[in-house]
Design a protein around this ligand. Structure first.
Ligand SMILES: *Cc1c(COP(=O)(O)O)cnc(C)c1O
Length: 398
């Protein structure tokens, strides 16, 4: 797969252009900005933080963060500490006063030193992690830290039974000031699991109350995209808090296909992925397509060869499934996906020709491939589609 493109590939106002043989992801920064403004308007109590981990879900962390800073975003969540360091450097002057929170936390003394040196908000899940940060911090005033509590993911965060010992450990580290309590919702996107969410909220609030006794000014952050969109239903009992939308920022509707689908209207997908049509040919009855000859024509057909394969992140699992969009029409994948190519059926698109764009994701007209269509054919979720297809060269429009 192509390496991440650097910021030099970011040019505002550039037009989509699909060089032969390469799929290209086109990112609409205007969509991301609009989604941000929409989500901010839903988060009535406190401005949300933008989740830009994993290179902004494949959309490119620097252009996305720059766009959001301009739109008023002051807090970003990244993955590891090194991602935070990179974002801090890339934002430069424009990042003044911007908080960067590495969600994966402080895993080593090196992480702690890098977080402190680059003005990141360190997240700690244990007394050991807190001690690493405390040792790295030599400033005069206590350093604000985020603390993670485990409420239902069974991943990071201190466990409920550790609450008192964790508080005691934090109190003994006088040069730290717990400033933000974090936890993560496991099933907020599933309307059948409201009780699960309620249980998480209850455990989160119990931890908050215990910590608040010692650090009364602490802020809270719990909601992901689904939690924010369904805030009134799911999180009514929470005091004002900072939501952490990721998926919705990129136009994903976490409630697609559920009874709460309408909550995600008003979000615009930001990523389109196109690849060049490299040739259009007749396929006679009985002829086969691609490795293993798994597709054999039952009638005379027209086929197009598309310049995108599994090396470009167009998964081999889409062999014989899925479809691309050419000239507004849905064109099913025939046979196996190759390393850098695949073949589709263009029998229904008589004008299809070399040089057309085949949209792996997006496109115009009735044949447009939605993120949910593609993820379903792929056997995954759009989050993964973004992360993988976003590793291709990217062009941006503002
Ligand atoms: C990824 C992530 C989010 C954002 O979740 P979305 O479903 O993309 O909105 C929020 N919080 C944490 C801890 C995460 O890892």
């Amino acid at each position: 797969m192509a390496a991440f493109t650097s910021f030099s590939d970011f040019s505002e106002g550039s037009t989509p252009d699909f060089p032969a043989g390469l799929p290209v992801a086109r990112i609409g920064l205007d969509a991301i900005r609009d989604n941000w403004l929409h989500l901010s308007s839903l988060a009535k109590d406190m401005p949300p933080m933008a989740v830009v981990k994993a290179d902004a879900y494949g959309h490119g962390v620097e252009p996305v963060a720059r766009t959001l800073v301009k739109a008023g975003c002051r807090t970003f969540a990244v993955g590891c500490v090194d991602d935070g360091v990179l974002l801090r450097k890339r934002l430069g002057e424009s990042g003044k006063g911007v908080t960067i929170l590495p969600l994966l936390g402080i895993l080593s003394a090196r992480d702690a030193a890098a977080a402190v040196a680059n003005d990141l908000l360190p997240a700690v899940s244990s007394a050991e992690q807190a001690a690493l940060v405390s040792r790295a911090w030599t400033g005069e005033t206590p350093l604000p830290v985020a603390v993670k509590v485990e409420t239902g993911m069974s991943r990071l965060g201190f466990r409920a039974h550790e609450t008192q010992s964790f508080i005691e450990a934090l109190r003994s580290l006088a040069n730290l000031r717990p400033a933000l309590l974090l936890s993560h919702l496991a099933a907020a996107d599933d309307p059948a699991k409201d009780a699960t969410v309620a249980g998480q909220v209850e455990r989160f609030l119990a931890a908050y109350k215990a910590l608040r006794e010692f650090w009364p000014g602490m802020a809270l952050s719990l909601a992901n995209s689904a939690g924010l969109l369904a805030r009134d239903t799911l999180l009514g009992s929470l005091p004002p808090h900072i939501a952490r939308p990721g998926y919705a920022l990129y136009g994903g509707n976490p409630f697609a296909g559920t009874t709460r689908e309408a909550l995600g209207r008003g979000l615009t997908p930001a990523m389109t992925v196109g690849a060049p049509v490299m040739g259009v040919h007749d396929l006679a009855t009985g002829q086969t397509v691609s490795y293993g000859c798994t597709f054999q024509a039952k009638r005379n057909m027209r086929i197009a060869v598309v310049g995108a394969g599994y090396a470009d992140g167009f998964s081999r699992g889409l062999s014989g499934r899925g479809a691309v969009c050419i000239r507004g029409e849905r064109c099913p994948v025939l046979g196996r996906i190759c390393m850098q190519m695949h073949v589709v059926d263009v029998s229904g698109v008589p004008e299809a020709s070399s040089g057309d764009t085949a949209y792996l994701l997006g496109g115009e007209g009735p044949g447009a491939v939605s993120m949910d269509d593609l993820a379903r054919d792929w056997g995954t979720i759009p989050y993964e589609v973004f992360c993988i297809l976003g590793k291709n060269p990217r062009v941006y429009s503002a």
